[in-house]
Design a protein around this ligand. Structure first.
Ligand code: FAD
Length: 469
């Protein structure tokens, strides 16, 4: 009997790849609802070669999950396609915040910590020292919001002007609701263990063991060339496209336009019903689809599990890609994030062409919505209206008055999970339910263990290693 993988985004394709590499040689079926594979990894190439990314655009090489992705990239033969952004480049070093009506550069050197820089009212070192003198607080339920943690340890200005915009930039979320463990789990744990974050960093630094990373050639290259992030010459979608080709070449049964609408899980079999009324039978299932989708598939047979899955919320975004002739932005950099207390639908703007220069053009991506989506956007909002909003905000914040050469507007409904306070506990409940009931089910993808491309690929690997462990 077969292993069924539901979802053909990057996590589903990675799960199929890792399953294919296992010695068991169990037949595999990958089921994707739409006519394309790759999920949120979607690249559009304009006639002149300019690249617009719909959602994810860069991958970090750091940490265990970063090393794992680099190993995958190497195994797929994509090493020569990589386009890295060096840690020393302006795109890595210059990050800006729009706050109190203007753009401000964030400090990017040690000396910068000792200088006062707007929008902060004191040098950043002051907020770091605040952490050292503030007593530890025992946090109820072992979780709190990122905002609460940052303001407790470092002060409100760090929470308002640094943490909140960064949370918007990463997941379009409200730092007052997102769990501290989403971004700052190690820092939170250091406070709880040592009394302050800085003390924790100091003591852990003394005893730090080197992570046992998979030392692929690409990982060594990423270190020697000091990569901050990377993408690929033809855009990020090359990764799922190459994975799909690899699976095809090994004869894996991969089906597009196959939306699953119900899943029945028995001890030794899984029955997936498709939208067109077919039944696909296997003995194990790996779900890589969003938790709210999996919830609808399981609601008839496992209502308790379905209700926990449904409680993992998602945010929507509107992405506006813009291409201009010539260099039109005032300063090279990664881009800017908008402080949430600004009255703006904009979460941030990425300066794509600073990361990956292409001829004499400027490419920007405006990210709009997130937790503010429904305040500014409804089902009737048109692409033209979104273009006008993006251009108006670029004029206000970047003083950019040029007319773009090309614009692409995309509404990404329920595209990114929101790890609210208590998320880790929810995931434990889901895992506990699956284990207790000995269900032939494993979960991976962005709903559970991290939203980055590295996280979801790593979650796919773990799901395959651990299914019915
Ligand atoms: C705007 C934005 C910017 C981002 N930027 C970055 C970035 O720069 N770097 C980074 O590392 N990460 C980034 N991310 C995160 C990253 O892109 C995603 O977390 C990742 O692509 C999710 O992959 P996935 O396979 O888990 O899910 P998805 O891409 O959602 O794939 C799930 C697949 O399952 C299919 N499916 C759903 N329901 C069913 C069903 N019932 N039956 C069959 N198939 C089904 C869907 O059609 C889809 O193809 C960004 C995300 C967004 C939204």
């Amino acid at each position: 009997m077969s292993r069924i993988i539901v979802g053909g985004g990057i996590s589903g394709l990675s799960a199929a790849y890792y399953a294919m590499k296992q010695p068991t040689n169990q037949p595999l079926i990958v089921l994707e609802a739409t006519d394309r594979f790759g999920g949120w990894l979607k690249t559009t190439r304009l006639i002149d070669g300019t690249i617009f990314e719909q959602a994810a655009r860069t991958i970090r090489p750091s940490g265990i999950s970063g090393a794992n992705t680099l190993q995958l990239v190497e195994e797929l033969g994509l090493g020569d396609e990589i386009m890295p952004v060096s840690k020393l480049s302006p795109a890595a070093k210059n990050r800006m915040i729009y706050a109190n009506g203007s753009l401000h550069s964030l400090p990017n050197s040690l000396m910068g910590l000792f200088r006062r820089q707007e929008p902060f009212s004191k040098p950043l070192i002051y907020y770091l020292m605040n952490d050292v003198i503030t007593p530890k607080k025992h946090v109820l339920g072992d979780d709190e919001s990122l905002y609460s943690f940052a303001s407790r340890r470092f002060g409100n200005e760090v929470a308002d002007y640094l943490i909140s915009p960064v949370v918007c930039g990463i997941c379009g979320g409200d730092a007052k609701e997102i769990s501290v463990k989403f971004l700052m789990k190690p820092l939170f744990e250091k406070e709880q263990r040592y009394g302050s974050v800085l003390q924790g960093l100091f003591f852990d630094g003394l005893t730090k063991k080197r992570e046992n990373l998979m030392d692929s050639r690409l990982l060594l290259r990423s270190r020697s060339e000091k990569w901050n992030v990377y993408s690929f010459k033809n855009g990020i979608e090359v990764l799922p496209r190459t994975l799909k080709k690899k699976l095809d070449s090994k004869g894996i049964d991969i089906r597009a336009n196959t939306k699953i609408v119900d899943v029945e899980l028995n001890k030794h079999s899984v029955i997936c019903k498709t939208e067109s009324g077919d039944c696909i039978v296997g003995n194990e299932i790996i779900s890589s689809i969003p938790a709210f989708e999996l919830s609808t598939l399981l609601k008839n047979h496992h209502p308790e599990l379905a209700s926990i899955l449904a409680s993992i919320q998602y945010a929507s975004m509107c992405v506006v890609n813009l291409q201009y002739n010539g260099k039109v932005i005032p300063k090279e950099g990664f881009g800017f994030l908008v402080a949430p207390n600004e009255e703006s639908p904009l979460l941030g703007v990425i300066f794509d062409s600073c990361c990956f220069p292409y001829r004499e053009t400027t490419v920007l991506t405006a990210m709009i919505g997130g937790y503010k989506y429904h305040k500014y956007i409804n089902n009737n909002t048109s692409e033209k209206e979104m273009e006008i909003i993006a251009l108006k905000e670029l004029k206000r914040m970047l003083k950019l008055d040029e007319k773009p050469q090309s614009v692409k507007v995309q509404f990404l409904k329920n595209c990114i999970p929101q790890y609210m306070v208590g998320h880790e506990m929810k995931v434990k409940e889901i895992e506990g339910y699956i284990k207790r009931n000995r269900l032939p089910l494993a979960i991976c993808g962005s709903s559970y263990y991290g939203v980055g491309v590295n996280d979801v690929i790593f979650s796919a690997k773990k799901a395959i290693d651990e299914i019915r462990d």
